[in-house]
Design a protein around this ligand. Structure first.
Ligand SMILES: NC(=O)c1ccc[n+]([C@@H]2O[C@H](COP(=O)([O-])OP(=O)(O)OC[C@H]3O[C@@H](n4cnc5c(N)ncnc54)[C@H](OP(=O)(O)O)[C@@H]3O)[C@@H](O)[C@H]2O)c1
Length: 337
């Protein structure tokens, strides 16, 4: 079968098209023929050994997200059947409950082989069935970005109507966060580098927006939006450049979901504000299968449609990665198998 893999050493140059023998499902395993995959910011880091401490074995098939059709099941499989459309869970070992090392470390697209393969074989407990209303490309976007936003706003927070939410940027996690926050009746503010993207975010339901390029002191500017009260919840995706400002515009007792570090991963922050404002600083690392299935039920009920910016062919993985890296996208970048 056709795969993309990081071959014999780390680095983008070692990411290449290759072939591997077709896998066969053992007891308790399902074999899926992949139909689509989707890129996440993380996929740009994995070929260069992730966040610095990533240790997977090579060769490694990249990308965590995708959707496939079950074409064969091993002995004893009961959760899915041949013909079902399924997504792999990002964290293969996290079914439910609190995060622990065993549950959160077996992640797709490194160290576990990912979705850039014609066929993927996984334990039946590591996949979820996707609703029929979603296209293959739409379904492919869900395992990491959508579930991360869901975990931040719903699993860990129980967002309520009228809550003031700030979302940073207009990438994959951010746009899902806008859609999910709207689902729960929240008031959503987006910050973005582009007026054009701001207009698109508003068309999608964002109530307010600030351009962080033209208004670098966006925390100050947001006072008018929250009536000086501050945000109840901030979906923190920027990290280094955004966290200090987030701490200035979170309301006392509010929650800051620490998710991403697109502007850098080492911040100097006014820690006193965490204390004096009684802020809940909640790290998020994607989420468990129970959360994924709850999210899919909500998405189906409300016919939530993932926002796909652009789709590339399987062989164009590197072009797709370069496009994601450029930051030109709004929502998700996908691969059609
Ligand atoms: N912890 C987890 O479980 C988890 C899961 C998924 C992703 N993540 C992390 O979350 C981050 C976003 O991932 P993604 O896949 O959604 O990325 P993405 O689709 O590449 O989106 C990145 C977006 O970030 C925005 N951005 C860049 N610099 C910014 C800044 N200084 N301030 C505010 N926004 C800025 C840009 O939006 P504009 O173009 O609108 O300015 C850009 O489009 C990454 O750091 C990723 O590693 C973490």
């Amino acid at each position: 079968m056709r795969v993309f893999q990081i071959q014999d050493d780390w680095g983008m140059d070692h990411l290449q098209l290759a072939t591997r023998p077709e896998p066969a499902p053992g007891p308790g395993q399902v074999l899926m023929r992949m139909r689509a995959a989707a890129l996440n910011y993380r996929d740009l880091l994995v070929p260069n050994r992730g966040y610095g401490s990533f240790t997977g074995n090579l060769p490694l098939i990249p990308l965590s997200d995708g959707v496939g059709e079950v074409v064969e099941v091993g002995a004893g499989v009961t959760r899915v059947k041949v013909g079902d459309r399924v997504c792999p869970c990002f964290q293969q070992g996290w079914i439910a409950g609190e995060a622990d090392l065993e549950r959160i470390t077996r992640t797709m697209g490194g160290p576990v082989d990912g979705t850039m393969a014609d066929l993927v074989c996984l334990p039946e407990y590591g996949v979820v069935k996707v609703p029929a209303y979603l296209s293959d490309l739409e379904a492919a976007t869900l395992p990491c970005a959508a579930l991360t936003a869901w975990s931040a706003l719903v699993t860990e927070e129980r967002l309520g109507p009228g809550a003031r939410v700030l979302v940073q940027g207009t990438g994959g996690v951010a746009i899902f966060a806008v859609q999910i926050a709207r689902l729960f009746g929240a008031h959503v503010t987006v910050i973005s580098s582009s007026d054009e993207k701001i207009a698109r975010a508003k068309a999608l339901g964002a109530d307010a927006a600030i351009n962080y390029r033209t208004t670098p002191e966006w925390a100050k500017a947001s006072r008018a939006i929250t009536g000086g009260r501050g945000f109840d919840h901030i979906v923190e995706l920027g990290g280094e450049q955004t966290l200090p400002q987030s701490l200035r515009c979170i309301r006392p007792g509010g929650t800051l979901s620490m998710i991403g570090v697109v502007s850098g991963g080492t911040a100097t922050v006014p820690l006193g504000l965490v204390v004096t404002r009684h802020v809940r600083l909640q790290g998020i690392t994607v989420g468990h299968r129970d959360g994924f299935e709850a999210m899919l039920r909500a998405f189906e009920q409300h016919q939530v449609r993932p926002v796909i910016d652009r789709t590339f062919a399987f062989a164009e993985l590197k072009e797709a990665m370069a496009y994601l890296k450029s930051g030109a996208h709004f929502g998700k970048v996908c691969i059609r198998h």
